[in-house]
Design a protein around this ligand. Structure first.
Ligand code: PEP
Ligand code: MN
Length: 357
């Protein structure tokens, strides 16, 4: 299949299905239910499950592959599953899986990625690469490069968040700046989001899916199960087919392209804002000049650059004004700290070099 073409056809491009294939009936029922809504473009099921701790359900392996393939044929949709080593690749190809995905625990390991890339040399199959579990953009990019060097051209990225210890909100913290940076580096690779593994809870999915679409992602991978609470893996984050349908129905798709009218409003406002920024920066430059004059005076009179007590008062009075100006405390604090640091740099230069002329 041509994954890149298919992704362009529908936004969001939705991949859905159970975290794990558990029984023939479960795979058949959930994938059929999902498919009837017409909102899902590709079916997933985990066959080999990378579990953090031993003795958890590690997937049924090859036994379950024919169930996934059959569901794809029956519902006329392509299917995908996770591969983590050359043996998985070989088995998935033997059964005719349409698209492979590489999980977060594999992307993190260049040896494993290279093994998969070598197993795929000369095979024209699309591969979706999840981000590594740690927030390392270069490892993610490296995985794409290894696959590209093995001749794989149909590639997509899947953002599933980054491991974190006991976060109150996320199972895996999103660090949105990393997938955004990936898109800057590899603009031709479509970007999908996996709200299920980012949130870890089904009631957190919509917020993450909406944010992904507002950041112009191309699609979503969402886990769905006929009876989520009884799932053999990831029960808290899976939704029923109906839950998936509701969720997809609630996502608002906002456009990236602007109409003439919207564009002219935004252009005018952006110009005004740029004008304000010009003023802010020329005031800052003027302020630094004054700080230099004070620095010169301190040099001539042998006074230290920093008077801690004075600085404490300056900060306190600015923070007092924050509410009236409708600015947040952390913002005021960090702007003042940045200005102060720059003043100290200017005064230190004067102290070390004396006046310019
Ligand atoms: C999964 O999609 O079921 C999975 C194991 O994902 P991840 O690699 O993101 O943990
Ligand atoms: Mn899962």
């Amino acid at each position: 299949m041509n994954l890149l073409k298919e992704i362009k056809k529908s936004r969001p491009f939705v991949i859905a299905g159970p975290c794990s294939a558990e029984t023939e009936e479960q795979v058949h029922n959930i994938l059929k239910e999902i498919s009837t809504d017409g909102k899902t473009a590709m079916l997933r099921a985990g066959i080999w499950k990378p579990r953090t701790r031993p003795n958890a359900f590690e997937g049924l392996g090859e036994l379950a592959l024919p169930w996934l393939i059959a569901a794809g044929k029956e519902n006329n949709l392509p299917v995908t599953t996770e591969v983590a080593n050359a043996k998985h690749v070989e088995t998935a190809l033997k059964y005719g899986v349409d698209v492979l995905w590489i999980g977060a625990r594999t992307t993190v390991n260049p040896f494993a990625i290279q093994e998969i890339a070598d197993a795929l040399r000369g095979v024209a199959i699309p591969v979706i690469v999840k981000n590594p579990i740690n927030p390392d953009l270069m490892l993610w990019i490296g995985a794409f490069e290894r696959l590209q060097q093995a001749g794989i051209t149909q590639l997509a990225a899947l953002h599933r968040g980054f491991s974190i210890y006991k976060h109150p909100k996320y199972r895996n913290i999103p660090n949105w700046e990393i997938p955004i940076a990936l898109r800057e580096e590899l603009p031709d690779i479509p970007l999908l989001c996996d709200p299920s593994h980012i949130s870890g809870k089904r009631d957190g999915l919509l917020e993450i899916a909406q944010k992904a679409m507002d950041l112009n992602y191309d699609g979503l991978m969402i886990e769905a199960h006929p009876n989520p609470d009884a799932a053999w893996s990831d029960p808290a984050q899976q939704v029923t087919a109906r839950g998936l349908n509701d969720l997809l129905g609630k996502i608002q798709l906002r456009k990236e392209q602007l109409s003439e009218e919207e564009l002219s409003f935004i252009v005018v406002m952006r110009e005004k804002i740029a004008g304000l920024d010009d003023r802010i920066f020329s005031l800052l430059a003027e302020r630094m000049k004054m700080a230099e004059e004070v620095g010169l005076y301190k040099l001539e009179n042998n006074i230290t650059i920093l008077q801690q007590d004075h600085w404490r008062k300056v900060i306190a009075s600015r923070l007092d004004q924050a509410d009236n100006l409708r600015l947040t405390y952390p913002f005021v604090r960090s702007v003042m700290d940045a200005i102060h640091q720059e003043s100290i740099r200017h005064q230190t230069k004067i102290m070390n070099q004396g006046p310019k002329d």
